[in-house]
Design a protein. Structure first.
Length: 109
């Protein structure tokens, strides 16, 4: 099984509603992705569950007013990646400024 699959039987609701199963993922991705996708105006519902702590799976559900749930998931993952990139850049710049203000060598970083 790949890292992402659709839950069987979900097709009866059409393209606007899907439950995706992420392997080897949990609350860290689920909560951040849910926050991003819930902000979109076309999203009717967005939530996730980790069915059991012993299983490394996360179920992620999206219901939209219009459009495809799979497209919303893709957009959410791309937007989350941008947020992470921005956070990392901001941290690295602040750390570099801190190191420079303390006259510390940056050779070991």
């Amino acid at each position: 099984m790949g890292r992402l699959a659709e839950l069987a039987g979900d097709q009866i609701y059409g393209e606007k509603s899907r439950t995706f199963v992420f392997s080897e993922e949990g609350h860290t991705l689920g909560n951040a992705l849910r926050f991003i996708i819930s902000q979109y105006p076309d999203v009717e519902f967005c939530g996730y569950t980790v069915p059991h702590p012993a299983e490394a799976k996360m179920h992620f559900r999206i219901q939209t007013k219009k459009g495809r749930a799979a497209d919303i998931l893709k957009r959410g993952l791309e937007d989350l990646e941008k947020v992470c990139d921005h956070t990392l850049e901001t941290f690295n710049e602040a750390y570099k400024e801190y190191r420079n203000s303390k006259n510390l060598s940056t050779e070991n970083t």
